[in-house]
Ligand binder design. Structure first.
Ligand SMILES: [Zn+2]
Length: 423
């Protein structure tokens, strides 16, 4: 059916699409992840920044005055979404990276003054403006690789004023460039040096009701997150903090089952968290808890790659019927990888996921992991027109050659926000 023919200045018809990967809205569970309709010879009509129509180009309106944009015979996919990063961070831990490669343990590096505390010191010393200046180029490069939405966490300030400062930097970054940002308060990331041996006292400060209300009511963050693992916070500590965060109006995320199985994913399910992230050591109880709560399982294969540790059992999670998302975990300690397409390649080649499962994981399900799935992550009428134009004509051809950036152009809410210079 043809859409009504009313040419408008804010309308745009994207034409000459060899393959439109028409990902359906998330969350997509289990076997649904593989079901991505591939429309050949397609076009997309955009009105007021949203998708107004899509289908075969021969049925598209070609009214006089309607602006068109050619996809030049390439594949078009929904904008990629990175649902787990530690932007904005500061500082450099390349020395630690080399020490770890030489066999030194994370604990020994931490005890000699390295690790997360190095980043924490750098973030504490930085101003909002410093954090913006250091992280703006990161977001620009992510956009060039087709990423149109990114989740950003605090968690390096590790003191109320510095955590708030990180969230203010996220807000400033959101106003400084086109990638859409969703902020998460991760006050319970680690215990800072001044609270050594007193994690409960630290949680009382960082999880104080007044602070959580300030974060939620001020719109500084949509989510609260906690690192619930061996060497971090216990299940009981995490539960208290998350319950207070939920009461303050924040939605929940949990860093779960990365280093040890202590029941963190079961907690995420019990508290109906929006996502449980990492899951390298998830067990059957954790899988059952996430499934019954509808929690999105966010897998971060870049971290396993970077640290040389076991991957999360993504195949098993999908086969168990969970909605699985993929993220970078981009951070200066355990995964200094900003490229979501690289993470997608690891997911295909090492986790043995099908390209369509990976695409769904980085669009519809990543949108669900940041609670944006009713407007983003899919090709659907009424959704934000966040689209990526690829050089490759098909999704398979794109995945087949992972080491090369094949993004030609990126649209965010119907506007061209990145166009690769002609080679
Ligand atoms: Zn993380």
């Amino acid at each position: 059916m043809r859409p009504a023919a009313t040419p408008q200045a804010d309308s745009l018809l994207v034409t000459d699409i060899h393959t439109l990967a028409a990902v359906k809205p998330g969350p997509r569970r289990g076997s649904e992840m593989r079901d991505v309709p591939m429309l050949r010879g397609a076009a997309v009509l955009i009105r007021d920044g949203r998708i107004a129509w899509f289908g075969p180009q021969r049925e598209a309106p070609l009214d006089e005055g309607l602006a068109t944009l050619s996809a030049s015979g390439g594949c078009v996919i929904p904008g990629l979404i990175d649902p787990h990063t530690h932007i904005p961070f500061a500082g450099d831990r390349s020395g630690e990276f080399v020490r770890r490669l030489a066999g030194e343990s994370y604990l020994s590096i931490l005890e000699s003054g390295g690790g997360i505390r190095v980043t924490s010191e750098a973030v504490r010393a930085a101003t909002v403006e410093d954090l913006v200046a250091e992280n703006l180029p990161r977001l620009r490069r992510m956009l060039e690789r087709g990423v149109t939405r990114v989740e950003c966490k605090s968690g390096y300030g590790l003191a109320p004023e510095h955590e708030i400062k990180q969230l203010e930097a996220v807000r400033a970054l959101a106003h400084s460039q086109p990638v859409g940002l969703v902020a998460t308060y991760l006050g319970a990331h680690a215990v800072p040096a001044e609270f050594d041996g007193r994690p409960d006292a630290y949680l009382d400060e960082i999880g104080a009701e007044s602070l959580l209300r300030q974060v939620a009511a001020g719109g500084l963050a949509r989510f609260a997150d906690v690192f619930c693992d061996r060497g971090a916070f216990t299940v009981e500590q995490a539960r208290r903090y998350l319950e207070r965060a939920a009461a303050a109006g924040l939605k929940l995320k949990v860093h779960a089952d990365e280093l040890a199985q202590i029941g963190a994913s079961a907690l995420a399910g019990a508290l109906r968290a929006v996502s449980a992230d990492h899951l390298e050591r998830i067990d059957d109880d954790g899988i059952a808890a996430l499934r019954s709560a509808g929690t999105v399982a966010v897998v971060l294969p870049g971290t396993s790659f970077f640290l040389g540790i076991e991957h999360a059992p993504a195949r098993r999670l999908i086969d168990a019927g969970l909605p699985v998302a993929l993220g970078t975990d981009y951070n200066p300690g355990s995964c200094m990888i900003e490229s979501l397409p690289w993470i997608m390649a690891i997911a295909c080649c090492q986790l043995r996921l099908h390209p369509c499962e990976v695409l769904t994981a980085c669009t519809a399900n990543a949108a669900a992991a940041i609670d944006e799935h009713t407007r983003a992550g899919a090709v659907a009428v009424g959704f934000d027109a966040d689209l990526v134009m690829l050089e490759a004509p098909t999704v398979e051809r794109w995945f087949y050659e992972p080491g090369r950036n094949q993004v030609r152009a990126v649209l965010r809410q119907g506007r061209v926000v990145y166009q690769r210079p002609e080679r």
